[in-house]
Design a protein around this ligand. Structure first.
Ligand code: EPU
Length: 420
């Protein structure tokens, strides 16, 4: 087990580069199952969740070659149509492999997916299962696993009662080989969905409306494969922007797309954090004073739940009272208890709302990373804090941020990776 040791009160400067989006790769890898041809994925990030996804894909028969940031995947023959628990239990996005596998083989056995514990109990997959049924599949639920079967998938209509990112993407990938037309309503609109649809359309799919609430898919007989460049990770971009803001530093973020974090940038302006931006860069300027500003997480293009934890840290440095309203997940505010241990003044009103009174001095503590986004938030808090912070369970952070300590060191964060 490894930990991060961070000596705080850091003042940062320089440039930090954004890697390819985790939540885009986690969809393009399953999409590779739709064709026998080789897919070439560029700007490939080296993070643990992706390693878990490639392990799963190899178990299904994929040949994967990695050369720096270029990854090629060929699945000429699908070896099996079950997702083994030893792979699927390790990450939530394993559910993304079910639809394409169903479309290719007609039957899939899989366990409930693993992943961050950020929703009550097991994070639900009801929308996925209902979606498969809407396309003519039978779903069988057992204690430890599910079996989805469809001799033939046929187009159907499905309305998402909750807008779901992976649910929308799962339906895109399942419906493109179904016979007939599928109409999806109340779809999620995240940029990663648009990217996935564009890639599939370039390779023979007929998807219309991705990025809007209604998507129409005309089934085709065959999908080919091609080249796909992963978009910059918008959550990593936002995380670095908040790091710069919270440490009151000048920090330039490169290889990013500021357009995809418009909600955060609008909120930062309201808190008094100034920045310059270009097409693929963002420069955060040192703020003299940060002012508290309330947020409510929302599906894209609203304020992303994945940036809520870092933003809550920023609010500990802001003057005034900020209400953080986490709408999407009911366990994502629990980490604020750790900020309180560091000296923050935060009151949890209920699982979805917390009040942050600031500014407060933070102090180094020994803490454990509860999940990916809360983990990086604690690293940001540690960079501001007085004294030394130890963060354990950093596998959670490695799941989504590539070699984060090396990249943070290069801009002045005093962070080291050590064995526990
Ligand atoms: N939901 C259901 N039933 C389902 C699926 C989801 O009720 O079958 C609910 C969830 O419990 C949640 C809401 O729908 O309350 C939205 O969840 P969504 O399905 O959109 O989340 P997701 O697709 O599982 C993706 C990202 C998450 C990100 C959310 C919200 C991937 C692989 N994951 O998850 O990313 O937080 O969208 O934007 O794309 C992360 O990167 O740290 C992360 C958790």
């Amino acid at each position: 087990m490894e930990k991060f040791v961070i000596n705080g009160k850091n003042s940062l400067s320089g440039e930090i580069e954004v890697r390819g989006a985790k939540n885009a790769v986690l969809k393009i890898l399953p999409a590779a199952l739709l064709s026998k041809e080789t897919i070439t994925i560029k700007n490939f990030p080296h993070i643990e969740d992706i390693n878990r996804a490639t392990d799963l894909l190899k178990d299904l028969g994929a040949k994967i070659e990695l050369d720096g940031r270029t990854c090629t995947v060929t699945i000429s023959k699908i070896k099996k149509s079950s997702l083994e628990p030893e792979f699927a239990n390790k990450f939530r996005a394993s559910i993304m492999f079910v639809g394409p596998l169903l479309a290719r083989t007609g039957e899939v056995k899989f366990p409930h997916p693993g992943g961050c514990v950020i929703g009550a109990g097991k994070r639900p997959i009801d929308l996925f299962l209902e979606g498969f049924e809407a396309l003519g599949a039978d779903v069988e639920e057992n204690d430890d696993y599910y079996v989805v079967k469809a001799k033939k998938l046929t187009g159907g209509d499905y309305f998402f009662t909750t807008s779901s990112v992976t649910g929308t993407e799962s339906m895109l990938m399942t419906a493109i080989l179904a016979e007939g037309v599928t109409t999806l309503k109340n779809c999620a609109m995240e940029p990663e969905i648009v990217e996935l649809a564009n890639y599939l359309n370039e390779n023979g799919a007929k998807i219309q409306g991705a990025g809007t609430p209604t998507i129409t898919i005309r089934g085709v007989k065959k999908i080919s494969a091609g080249e796909y460049t992963i978009i910059p990770d918008r959550i990593e971009t936002g995380t670095f922007a908040i790091l710069g803001a919270a440490t009151k530093s000048e920090l330039t973020i490169t290889k990013c797309n500021p357009d995809n974090i418009e909600s955060l940038l609008t909120v930062l302006k309201k808190t008094g954090v100034a920045f310059d931006r270009g097409l693929d860069w963002l420069k955060i300027k040192p703020a003299k004073k940060i002012t508290a500003y309330d947020i409510k997480t929302h599906e894209y293009p609203g304020f992303p739940t994945d940036l809520q934890s870092p933003y809550t840290v920023l609010m500990t440095q802001a003057e005034g009272r900020a209400i953080i309203h986490e709408v999407i997940y009911d366990r994502r505010l629990l980490f604020t208890d750790m900020l309180v241990q560091m000296g923050a003044d935060i009151i949890m009103c209920d699982p979805h709302r917390a009040v942050v009174n600031g500014p407060t001095e933070l102090y180094g503590r020994k803490l454990t990373s509860p999940d990916l986004r809360a983990g990086i938030a604690i690293v940001i808090a540690a960079a501001i804090a007085d004294g030394q912070t130890e963060v354990g369970n950093i596998y959670q952070i490695d799941r989504g941020y590539e070699k984060i300590e090396e990249r943070l060191q290069s801009v002045g964060v005093q962070i080291k990776r050590e064995n526990e």
